[in-house]
Design a protein around this ligand. Structure first.
Ligand SMILES: [Zn+2]
Length: 116
């Protein structure tokens, strides 16, 4: 095997790992919008609920543009959505979120508000 052949196969190896890199590591961080889960965000100002793609923990209000929307959960007794907190808390926390009024455990599912 000549030196140039070794160099060539080394270059080919580098190239293939560069090509494989986005497939192995890049895919997880870039999720197309239509694959994002839709969750209910609640406006901390008005208490109005919105159905939005779960992209960030804070979302802008579709009308005011203020970042006052945070992920919420549903209280069956209030029959309304309550702001809970960041996505990470909502998705990973095992603690039960209770309604501030009824102290009952709130649900992730409920009647969905309209998408803006
Ligand atoms: Zn309640």
């Amino acid at each position: 095997m000549t030196r140039s052949r070794i160099l060539f196969s080394f270059a080919a190896l580098c190239l293939s790992s560069l090509l494989a890199y986005p497939l192995l590591f890049g895919g997880a961080s870039v999720v197309p919008d239509d694959q994002l889960q839709e969750i209910v965000y609640v406006d901390t100002e008005s208490g109005v609920a919105f159905l939005l793609r779960a992209r960030n923990s804070l979302e802008s209000h579709p009308e005011t543009g203020e970042t006052t929307l945070i992920p919420g959960m549903y209280c069956a007794q209030c029959q309304s959505w309550k702001p809970v907190g960041p996505l990470e808390i909502l998705q990973t926390s095992r603690t039960m979120h209770r309604c501030p009024v009824h102290k009952t455990i709130m649900l992730r599912d409920g009647p969905l508000p309209d998408s803006p």
